[in-house]
Design a protein around this ligand. Sequence first.
Ligand SMILES: Nc1nc2c(ncn2[C@@H]2O[C@H](COP(=O)(O)OP(=O)(O)OP(=O)(O)O)[C@@H](O)[C@H]2O)c(=O)[nH]1
Ligand SMILES: [Mg+2]
Length: 248
Amino acid sequence: MTATPNPKPKSPPKPATAAGEKSPGAVAMGWLHTAKFLTTAPQLHFLPALDVPEIAFVGRSNAGKSTCINTLTQQKQLAFASKRPGRTQHINLFSLGKQGVMDAVLTDLPGYGYAAVPKQDKIRWQQVMANYLVSRENLKAIVLMCDPRHGMTELDEVLLDVIRPRVEEGLKFLVVLTKADKLTRAESTKALSIAKLQAGGGEVRLFSAPKRTGVEEVATLLWDWAHPQGAGLAARPEALASHDDAAD
Ligand SMILES: Nc1nc2c(ncn2[C@@H]2O[C@H](COP(=O)(O)OP(=O)(O)OP(=O)(O)O)[C@@H](O)[C@H]2O)c(=O)[nH]1
Ligand SMILES: [Mg+2]
């Protein structure tokens, strides 16, 4: 009797979706792809007052903030990404929204902790950032980018202290563990559990730009935060219209 080879394991069937229906990840990625440069400013008081949700990317210099924004928005050059730390030196705002209607903003903030920056400049940037994080009225969420090979540094801890009162008041918070492609599976698992403890109830995700790890997951979180139920309905007049009909 000849042995029959084991049949190839079949991948699990994909969940059925109605024709044309997009997954939440695809909707979020489509929305992020609408990103456009809005404005840049050296300090908070030069920024326009906005009434749409704003999501800020913060973290040490070189952590991968600009690369993450470019990956999420599927635009190579939207935010400057560089091998030279300290490349982002202004507060940069990018608008999001379909059909040119702005419904949220992403902010790329200058990184902190780059040793070669003169001390006076460092202190100034820390003040600009703290001022932004504490006072920006429409700030809805903070994404803290952290290279898990270095872990959370003292400056990350200072930042966590600065934003804690706002997180307690409902500001959304996500720790993105960047450059996950540089970690083994065991290192990734360990980095995730440590970051979950440090994030104090915030979300934590692994992320890799070249491997696209976590891209759709992070995109979906940002979409959800920028479109809480009320705003989601308001942005869909047809949904409100049918609601009105039902009330008649
Ligand atoms: N392997 C790997 N490298 C990455 C990843 N994300 C960013 N990098 C690299 O890390 C370096 C810094 O990336 P940036 O996106 O410029 O970092 P930043 O946090 O914006 O830096 P500043 O603007 O100085 O605050 C660049 O050389 C990127 O190519 C990643 O997911 N994997
Ligand atoms: Mg940058």
